[in-house]
Design a protein around this ligand. Structure first.
Ligand SMILES: Cc1ncc(COP(=O)(O)O)c(C=O)c1O
Length: 220
């Protein structure tokens, strides 16, 4: 009986170690020296063309992939980690956070349950959030990927609780009257995405006019 054994481990750990050390050095320089670079720069056509290449049928050695990332990706950022990026209010990256992301990926935890330290950190952080915003200890919570997911989950909970039916089992088709959400006409597009994904339709999000100071007209 043949036994097939496959692994995702690198064939050569020492090459990975060398590339990984180089990445850390480059990452520190990249963030430290951000002020000496332009916020943004146009991608030359020969760089842009790389992103239209067909699916590769053979692997590329890690040092080559890394060299491509450094020459074709890192010089052409969105710009939001630059102190002179004033276009939108996007969050910047952060070197300490990047190290945390790296370690979390190395651990590769599934936080759906289990008896392990990462799940305890997850619960602890949710507990801290509850304490910071004055939620009762018995409240539940979860960490999600960002604002869009947070609003989708929050509005879904509100929909389920306020529907007056067992909406999780019966679905939106069982509603006896359409549901409505109210927000200012300045709300982020993720709220539209949320009501659409919740099966309520974009018209369920009522945009209340706001004045020149972006204050919602409460009488409306
Ligand atoms: C006010 C506001 N809400 C929600 C979002 C969506 O957040 P995320 O990109 O984390 O999903 C954004 C994103 O820019 C935002 O500016």
């Amino acid at each position: 009986m043949s036994k097939i054994s496959e692994t995702l481990d690198p064939a050569d750990w020492e090459t990975h170690r060398t590339v990984a050390h180089q990445m850390v050095d480059d990452a520190i320089d990249y963030i430290r020296d951000v002020r000496s670079r332009p916020v943004w720069q146009e991608m030359p056509p020969q760089v842009r063309r790389q992103f239209n290449e067909a699916v590769p049928h053979a692997g590329t050695p890690l040092p080559k992939v890394y060299q491509q990332v450094m020459s074709e990706v890192f010089p052409y950022p969105m710009g939001n980690i630059h102190p002179r990026f004033w276009m939108w209010y996007m969050g910047a990256s952060n070197f300490t956070g990047a190290m945390g992301d790296f370690l979390a990926a190395i651990l590769g935890s599934n936080l759906g349950g289990g008896d392990h330290a990462a799940a305890e950190i997850d619960k602890q952080v949710v507990g801290w959030m509850k304490a910071m915003i004055g939620y009762p200890a018995e409240a539940s919570g979860t960490l999600v990927s960002g604002g869009s997911m947070a609003n989708l989950i929050g509005l879904t909970v509100a929909r389920n609780v306020m529907s007056g039916i067992d909406l999780r089992n019966e679905g939106v088709g069982a509603l006896s009257a359409p549901m409505r959400f109210y927000g200012s006409d300045q709300v982020h597009s993720c709220h539209r995405i949320a009501v659409e994904a919740m099966g309520l339709g974009n018209n369920a999000l009522r945009r209340i006019p706001s004045d020149a100071n972006c204050r919602m007209d409460l009488s409306a």
